[in-house]
Write a protein that binds this ligand. Structure first.
Ligand SMILES: Cc1cc2nc3c(=O)[nH]c(=O)nc-3n(C[C@H](O)[C@H](O)[C@H](O)COP(=O)(O)O)c2cc1C
Length: 170
């Protein structure tokens, strides 16, 4: 098995956010995809150890922020390399509220979902959400791909990303 083949899969770079008891949570995720068109459904794969995981499970909803190529890399670092257990990730991040969930203004588009199915998949949980609302924050901008994140921004993926590649496989 040549695991390098797995690295040829394509993704985007997103924020998955939610809110619970008046507190905001969220993390970076590349693992988001549209599963059906009618009704529109989106799946995300979230590591059990992420604070965002339990909060989505409890709130039963999540918002997906689609990031553009000109997104400040500090936003990705702030949401992808820290936990809400240790930091208020939304401090200093201008955000709007949609269906009670925080969506950073930097998102080029956002989608809110209500969780309709939960599937445990080893280290991760797949949350399937039915789209409850979605909108563009701006008409221009190019959605950031995972490839762009790695090759142009020179970003990495931490252990909790489903696409994490251990150093010995690089
Ligand atoms: C580019 C990138 C992609 C990521 N993709 C995922 C993902 O799809 N699923 C996941 O569970 N974590 C993913 N992560 C890791 C989480 O964002 C990270 O563990 C975060 O610190 C969790 O924060 P939390 O504890 O506040 O939820 C990714 C991180 C980066 C930087």
């Amino acid at each position: 098995m040549n695991r390098k083949a797995l690295q040829k899969l394509s993704y985007g770079v997103y924020l998955v956010t939610t809110a619970q008891n008046g507190k905001s949570y969220g993390c970076v995720a590349n693992s988001a995809m549209q599963i059906t068109s009618s009704p529109a459904q989106i799946a995300v794969s979230i590591n059990h150890d992420n604070a965002t995981h339990d909060q989505i499970a409890q709130s039963g909803k999540f918002a997906l922020s689609i990031l553009a190529t000109d997104t400040d890399p500090a936003l990705i670092g702030g949401f992808g390399y820290r936990s809400s257990r240790d930091a208020d990730k939304f401090a200093g991040v201008p955000s709007a509220e949609h269906d009670g969930m925080p969506v950073p203004d930097a998102a080029m588009a956002w989608i809110t979902c209500r969780v309709v199915k939960i599937m445990t998949a080893g280290t991760h949980t797949i949350f399937l959400g039915e789209v409850t609302d979605c909108e563009l924050n701006r008409a221009d901008g190019i959605p950031m791909t995972y490839l762009y994140y790695h090759t142009v921004i020179k970003g990495n993926s931490p252990k909790n990303a489903p696409t994490y590649v251990p150093p010995e496989e690089k």
